[in-house]
Design a protein around this ligand. Structure first.
Ligand code: OGA
Ligand code: NI
Length: 365
């Protein structure tokens, strides 16, 4: 669904209600704790979500990374699977990726514990500027005033690379685990970029040499239990503004990707991680790998916690220009996008908000 249809703007003073929500410096969790039994108007979709999963659905590939580094034949097979998944739907799950289950569980718990602190304690992290100077920030809706529908979600942001934070810059409930988890995610990301480079027929270091793993932002989402989940949305339809995202989700479910003309569930698998291509990967591969639309529906069974690790330098000013990789272009496959800096793209993405359209369209030649 496209949310930027002006005909669906409800006739009430939305701006005033947004300001009122913003001024509480509280969050969606705060609303739920205060006992709301109906979804307030600022959170309401123009038309309700269909929460019944369509059957049958195409299944999302799960790729087993076991033995990949020791056995060249296994590695070749993994590269083939990664290539198929990124060319067709831009999403896959991985198991035996090397990050132990206790670290995954610890990370989910750290995010949950952060969000479940007293509002007064959380307020000291809200609002902050997100320019990359502040290592840790927390706010309910980053596009509160531009989004047409407020999301049933609170999010903490942490910028882990290129400059890793000092422990004291991070909140105590997730301080150590954030450092540990993001170290391990960075290593895994490096492995994935090597596989992807090979899947593109390039030298294994190609994507790393371009700087695809130079930046890492870790987002800890908290989707409070919702009394009327069909009336609102956890995260609206969007694509990610990064090279890849490595997503850790808990057991609740609700993530859906748009594939073969239908919304398809990404089922939680204990110990697995979800990997997806973001807009920058689609841009530099000239559409060979796709950055797919996805969303998260609200739920009654929650809270749901997820941790999205974005490989991007975000709003940090760098001079590096990204454009379609020359080796992938030919007379029949000319560049579809102009060169961009990550900051230029990230600024545009933020200003546009998650309105159901792709920011990539703005940068086509
Ligand atoms: C995101 C995202 C999915 C989730 O952070 O971009 O799509 O399950 N998150 O929270
Ligand atoms: Ni996303």
């Amino acid at each position: 669904m496209v949310l930027n249809d002006t005909s669906v703007q409800p006739d009430y003073d939305r701006k005033a209600e947004l300001i009122a929500f913003d001024e509480t410096k509280s969050d969606v969790k705060g609303l739920v704790d205060s006992g709301v039994t109906e979804v307030p108007r600022i959170f309401r979709l123009p038309s309700p979500e269909n929460l019944t999963s369509q059957q049958p659905q195409p299944t999302l590939p799960t790729i087993d990374l076991e033995g990949m580094n020791a056995d060249p034949i296994r590695r070749k097979e993994v590269i083939r699977q990664v290539k198929d998944a990124l060319e067709s739907r831009g999403f896959f799950q991985i198991v035996n990726h090397g990050i132990p289950v206790n670290v995954l569980e610890g990370m989910l718990k750290g995010v949950r514990d952060f969000h479940e602190q007293d509002t007064e304690v959380k307020k000291q992290w809200y609002p902050r500027d997100l320019s990359g100077k502040t290592r840790f920030a927390y706010l309910s809706n980053f596009d509160l005033y531009t989004a047409l529908v407020t999301n049933w979600r609170d999010t903490m942001y942490c910028f882990m690379a290129p400059n890793s934070p000092q422990p004291h810059e991070l909140p105590p409930p997730c301080r150590e685990i954030l450092l540990d988890y993001s170290n391990q995610v960075m290593k895994l990301g490096v492995c994935l970029f090597e596989l992807m480079s090979e899947a593109l027929g390039l030298d294994p270091n190609h994507l790393l040499d371009m700087g695809c793993a130079d930046g890492l932002a870790v987002l800890g989402h908290y989707y409070p239990s919702c009394p009327q989940p069909e009336l609102t949305i956890g995260t609206p339809n969007h694509t990610d503004n990064d090279f890849i995202t490595i997503l850790l989700q808990d057991h609740i479910g609700g993530l859906k990707i748009f594939y073969q003309n239908q919304w398809t569930d990404v089922p939680p698998i204990l110990g697995a991680l979800v990997v997806n291509a973001g807009d920058y990967l689609q841009l530099i591969t000239n559409d060979k790998f796709v950055s797919s639309q996805h969303k998260v529906v609200a739920n009654k069974a929650g809270p749901r916690v997820s941790v999205a690790s974005f490989f991007t330098t975000g709003l940090i000013q760098t001079s590096k220009v990204y454009e379609p990789i020359a080796e992938l272009l030919s007379k029949d496959n000319p560049a579809k996008y102009r060169g961009i800096t990550i900051k230029e793209y990230a600024d545009y993405y933020r200003e546009k908000g998650l309105d159901g359209t792709s920011a990539l369209l703005h940068f086509t030649i």
